[in-house]
Ligand binder design. Structure first.
Ligand code: FES
Length: 94
């Protein structure tokens, strides 16, 4: 399996190859990577990919995972009714 096929963030469809390219370009924090790719902003809010991203950052930058910060989670400021989300999904054909 190549790095193109390895999904790091399945919510936002970010592959290991894309992540490594961005780290190589100089994006060395979770927040920077999040702003560029939306990694960690999917329905799971980074619960699935968060530790994978930190591990990859650690591997590529030589920093320990303890030195790196997890993304800042920003849930919606107000409650959202599930019926509204369902209606939006129907409108978008999902
Ligand atoms: S897997 Fe990355 S936000 Fe869900």
């Amino acid at each position: 399996m190549s790095h193109k096929e390895v999904l790091i963030c399945r919510c936002s469809d970010v592959t290991l190859e894309e992540l490594r390219a961005l780290i190589e370009e100089g994006y060395h924090t979770f927040e920077e990577l999040k702003r560029i790719t939306r990694i960690g902003m999917g329905p799971c809010q980074g619960k699935t990919c968060g530790h994978l991203v930190l591990r990859e950052l650690s591997h590529c930058t030589g920093k320990s995972i303890d030195e790196l910060r997890m993304q800042q989670s920003r849930p919606p400021g107000v409650g959202v009714k599930l019926s509204l989300i369902a209606k939006e999904a129907e409108t978008n054909g999902e």
